[in-house]
Ligand binder design. Structure first.
Ligand code: AMP
Ligand code: MG
Length: 413
C-alpha cells in the first residue's frame, strides 16, 4: 500500500473497485423505480407517438381545400375524440372535429385551432388560414422511431425517464441491485442521542448523518451501535458484517493515534488498497477489501465525514450499482480572495448562490476545523481548492458541490 496518494488517484481506485464488483439486476415495478439505475438499454418497442394525432383542440382539414383568402367554410364530417379511432376518411371540402391527442383521420393533413373557427350546424368557418400544411399535426414517431435507443443501461431513472419507460408500455424495468451497506461508528467517547452524557463524552452525530447521506443516494443502510475502541470487538463486528454486506462503511479510528485500530485491522484481516489521501479534510481515509465486502473507513471528524462521503463514498456506491451519470461539479466564482498553504486538495464550506444574471457565486465560510459541524450545516456547499493552488482571487472560478438548495439572490459583490 502506497502512502498518501492524490485525490484523483483515490477516486479512480474506488471507482475501479466498485466497477469490478459483480452486478446483478432485478425486475421491479416502474412505480418503484425512481432513482434506480437502469440495467438494460431501453429501445422504443413502438413509435412515439404511436399514431398521427392533433396537438390542439380544433378541426382536421385538407390544406388543398383552402383556396383564396380566409374565411373558408367547410362541411363538418364528424367528430373524432382522443381515445378511439372511429375510422373516418377525408372527403374534399370537409373537416372533422378533433380534440388534443385525437387521431387525425386519414386524408386530412392539417389542423386549425378551434379558437379561429366558428361552427354553425353542419359547417365550420375558418376565419384565419393556417400558416403551413401539417400545422398542429403530430406525426407518428416524431418523438422516437420504433427501435430507437431511448435510455442506456447505467442511467438513473429520473422522472422524465420513468415517463419514457411508461410511454413505451413498460410496467416493470430491470435495474441494478443496490449495494447493501453496513455503517459503523466507533469511539469510546460516543453516546447515542437520547442518552445522558458523562464528562468526556459526545453524541454520535456521524451515524445519523451517514445514514442520511446514504439515504440521499437511495440506500437504506444498517447501522450498529457505536463500537468501543477495542481492536478485538472491532474485528469481530466488522468481519461478521463483511460476510453479509457489499460495503462496510466506518467512521473514526483511521488516523495514526493509539486508539486508531482500523488500518492495522484491514492490513491483517483484509486487503488495503489505500490509506491516506492528499485531501483536506479527510486525509486518513482508508480503503480496501474485507471478507467479501469492500471497506471504506472515513475519518471521525464530522466535516471530514461529509467531504469524504460525498467525494469518495458516493462515487463508490455509484460504481457499485453501475451508475454512469453521477452528479457533476458546478462552477462558481469566489466572492472574496482566499489564501492557504498548497499541497492538498481542500474542501471548504460555503454559501452557494445564484445572482440575477444566472452566475453562481460561492461565499467561503470563514470557519476552519473539521469538527465544526454547525458551520457546515449553515453552509449549503463544499467548494474545492486544487492541490497546487495557494492563492485564489475574488472572481476566480472554483468547483462546488451543493448539499442543500442553492440560495437565491447573491451575496456577491
Ligand atoms: P477519530 O477519527 O476517531 O480520531 O475521531 C476524530 C474526531 O471525530 C474526534 O474528535 C472524535 O471524537 C470525533 N468523532 C469520531 N466519531 C464520531 C461520531 N460518530 N460522531 C461525532 N464525532 C465523532
Ligand atoms: Mg476515535
Amino acid at each position: 500500500m502506497q502512502t498518501m496518494i492524490a485525490f484523483n488517484e483515490a477516486l479512480s481506485l474506488v471507482q475501479q473497485a466498485g466497477n469490478r464488483r459483480p452486478k446483478t439486476s432485478e425486475r421491479i415495478p416502474l412505480a418503484r423505480a425512481a432513482g434506480r439505475v437502469l440495467a438494460n438499454d431501453l429501445r422504443a418497442p413502438i413509435p412515439l407517438p404511436p399514431h398521427r394525432n392533433s396537438s390542439v383542440d380544433g378541426f382536421a382539414i385538407r390544406w388543398d381545400d383552402l383556396i383564396g383568402p380566409a374565411p373558408f367554410t367547410l362541411r363538418l364530417l364528424g367528430e373524432q375524440f382522443a381515445g378511439r379511432d372511429i375510422g373516418l376518411l377525408a372527403e374534399s371540402g370537409s373537416c372533422v372535429l378533433v380534440t388534443t391527442g385525437a387521431g387525425v383521420p386519414t386524408g386530412y393533413d392539417t389542423v386549425v385551432m378551434r379558437e379561429v373557427t366558428e361552427r354553425t350546424g353542419g359547417s365550420v368557418t375558418i376565419k384565419r388560414a393556417p400558416t403551413a400544411r401539417g400545422e398542429f399535426v403530430r406525426s407518428v414517431g416524431e418523438d422516437a422511431q420504433a427501435g430507437e435507443l431511448l435510455l442506456s443501461a447505467g442511467t438513473t431513472l429520473d422522472a422524465p425517464r420513468i415517463g419514457v419507460a411508461a410511454a413505451c408500455g413498460a410496467d416493470r424495468v430491470d435495474v441494478f441491485v443496490r449495494p447493501t451497506v453496513a455503517v459503523f461508528t466507533l469511539g469510546d467517547e460516543l453516546r447515542q442521542p437520547g442518552d445522558a452524557l458523562e464528562p468526556g463524552q459526545i453524541y454520535d452525530s456521524n451515524r445519523p448523518m451517514l445514514q442520511a447521506l446514504l439515504s440521499e443516494c437511495g440506500i437504506e443502510s444498517v447501522a450498529w451501535p457505536a463500537l468501543p475502541d477495542d481492536p478485538n470487538r472491532l474485528r469481530a463486528a466488522l468481519m461478521d458484517a463483511a460476510e453479509v454486506f457489499d460495503l462496510i462503511l466506518t467512521c473514526g479510528g483511521v488516523s495514526a493515534g493509539d486508539k486508531d485500530h482500523l488500518p492495522a485491522l484491514l492490513h491483517e484481516a483484509g486487503k488495503p488498497i489505500f490509506w491516506k489521501v492528499r485531501m483536506k479534510p479527510g486525509m486518513p481515509v482508508l480503503f480496501g477489501e474485507l471478507g467479501r465486502s469492500l471497506y471504506l473507513g472515513l475519518p471521525g471528524n464530522p466535516v471530514s465525514v461529509l467531504a469524504t462521503f460525498r467525494q469518495l463514498a458516493r462515487p463508490l456506491l455509484d460504481a457499485m450499482q453501475g451508475r454512469s451519470d453521477g452528479p457533476v461539479a458546478l462552477l462558481a466564482r469566489l466572492t472574496e480572495p482566499v489564501s492557504r498553504n498548497a499541497g492538498r486538495r481542500e474542501y471548504r464550506r460555503g454559501a452557494l448562490s445564484v445572482d440575477e444574471n444566472g452566475q453562481l457565486w460561492i461565499t467561503p465560510n470563514p470557519v476552519e476545523g473539521s469538527h465544526r459541524l454547525v458551520a457546515a450545516a449553515r453552509s449549503n456547499a463544499l467548494w474545492v481548492i486544487d492541490e497546487h493552488d495557494a492563492e485564489l482571487n475574488a472572481g476566480d472560478v472554483v468547483s462546488t458541490e451543493a448539499f442543500a438548495p442553492i440560495l437565491n439572490s447573491s451575496s456577491a459583490p
